[in-house]
Design a protein around this ligand. Structure first.
Ligand SMILES: *[C@@H]1O[C@H](CO)[C@@H](O)[C@H](O)[C@H]1NC(C)=O
Length: 206
């Protein structure tokens, strides 16, 4: 019986290589979390860390965007706003396409504007423009002044005013009832004193 061992390549290193390939394969298929076909948000298409949601008539962002995406295409949809904080969890997001959406430029667009300004590659946002309100139509969002945005925040201001008015009423009623409680207690004390006085009087009178 003849055994032929290939010199210099111990069988151990071959199985180690196989194990490494298996690990790499498993790792590779789970690493681009959310970028493999099974958790690509509908109706977008995903290629590795790139998520393409462009031209899908979307009025809002998909609920679950992959955490590790580097590119997000949202151009040519019907987006009016990006909710504040939306992009904060995507640490690797660099390339973002927001062109050709009917962006509504009031104070709610301030988050998106500041995100674009802070981005290293802000050149990519030179074509992201307001669609409404009419006086800001066609303006590049990045170049708007904060005052221009706050001029279109009536709704927000109303809400805020209502809230502060509500808390004012509450404070007035609360204080009013406190004062009444104190007054009533003082009254009771006075009555109590009178009763005690009368009782004393009765006791001392033989
Ligand atoms: C924009 O999206 C619509 C569908 O929502 C599509 O029909 C149209 O061709 C797209 N336009 C461009 C310029 O990609």
């Amino acid at each position: 019986m003849t055994r032929i061992d290939s010199p210099g390549v111990p069988s151990g290193s071959i199985s180690l290589t196989l194990v490494l390939i298996a690990v790499a394969y498993l790792f590779g298929s789970t690493l681009p979390a959310g970028c493999s076909a099974n958790n690509c948000p509908s109706p977008c298409t995903c290629t590795w860390s790139k998520v393409d949601c462009s031209s899908k008539s979307q009025a809002s962002l998909p609920d679950t965007l992959p955490r590790y995406m580097t590119d997000l295409m949202l151009n040519n949809n019907t987006l009016k706003n990006i909710p504040p904080g939306t992009f904060d969890i995507f640490d690797h997001l660099e390339h973002l396409e927001l062109n050709d959406n009917p962006w509504h430029c009031d104070c709610n667009i301030a988050y998106m504007r500041s995100w674009m300004i802070k981005n290293e590659n802000r050149e990519q946002f030179k074509r992201v423009k307001c669609s409404s309100p009419e006086p800001l139509r066609g303006r590049v969002i990045m170049y708007l002044q904060p005052e221009e945005l706050s001029a279109y925040c009536e709704l927000f201001n109303c809400k805020y005013l209502n809230m502060s008015q509500g808390s004012l009423y509450f404070t007035v009623i609360f204080h009013g009832s406190l004062i009444m409680t104190v007054n009533i207690s003082t009254l009771y004390l006075k009555i109590f004193n009178v009763i005690i006085g009368l009782a004393r009087l009765k006791l001392t009178v033989p």
